[in-house]
Write a protein that binds this ligand. Structure first.
Ligand code: TZP
Ligand code: MG
Length: 218
């Protein structure tokens, strides 16, 4: 798998991000619209736990597998191992990437959230396959984010690591993500601009077509 290409339109979702939509239908629409990777992020207020979480993860994984969309689990390494997910994404306050690597083995994808060049360096040294950087813009989806970062740290990380896979996150939409790509991100991670809109498939198609234009112009 080409990780940079997989990061282009990286959809992240949990059941509590979907408003009145049926979460599996949102994921189905996002897949039909052209997402290139998916992160199962079942956490926060009202999130499923225990068996219900596990079943929902399996259902999401099945849809992704059918469409060849890599399936990444947020935080929960044990769940990822149990269901055979393609990888795990961890934040700065979660398990260290080196420990995740030991648990998952060499073949799985490990993503790490980074907010600064220093965090990027540490994640890369610890064996991350990609880093997620942001929040580029303000977001109401995650309440405990770091301060809005713009694109400066993305640009700094890109200058130090010309080839390393980077995905931008935070408040990104079709009409505002261009600066993140221009700063050096390989793709965008999106929650609400797909999960919380009236037509997730159309929204995804718009992200995909805009991304094609932005990359061709770069
Ligand atoms: N980490 C930093 S910002 C964010 C996460 C999980 C939320 C992104 O959600 P949205 O709705 O795409 O702004
Ligand atoms: Mg986390």
């Amino acid at each position: 798998m080409n990780i940079k290409e997989a990061l282009r339109i990286y959809f992240i979702m949990g059941s509590n991000n979907c408003g009145h939509h049926e979460p599996l239908d949102v994921l189905k629409q996002a897949i039909d619209g052209g997402i290139t990777m998916f992160q199962f992020r079942e956490k926060g207020s009202g999130a499923l736990i225990g068996e219900a979480k596990k079943q929902f993860a399996r259902d999401c994984f099945r849809l992704c597998k059918q469409a060849n969309v890599p399936f990444i689990v947020n935080d929960d390494v044990d769940l990822a191992i149990e269901i055979g997910a393609d990888g795990v994404h961890v934040g700065q306050d979660d398990l260290d990437a080196g420990i995740v690597r030991q648990k998952l083995g060499q073949d799985k994808i490990i993503g790490v959230s980074s907010h600064t060049l220093q965090e990027s360096k540490a994640a890369i040294e610890a064996g991350a396959d990609y880093i997620g950087m942001g929040p580029v813009y303000a977001t109401t989806t995650k309440l405990d984010t770091n301060p809005v970062a713009g694109t400066t740290a993305i640009q700094e990380t890109r200058e130090h690591f010309p080839q390393f896979p980077i995905v931008a996150i935070g408040g990104l939409q079709a009409d505002n993500f261009t600066p993140a790509i221009e700063a050096g991100a390989d793709g965008i991670s999106i929650i609400s601009a797909i999960a919380s809109v009236p037509n997730p498939k159309e929204a995804t198609e718009k992200l995909v077509s805009t991304m094609k234009e932005v990359i061709n112009d770069a």
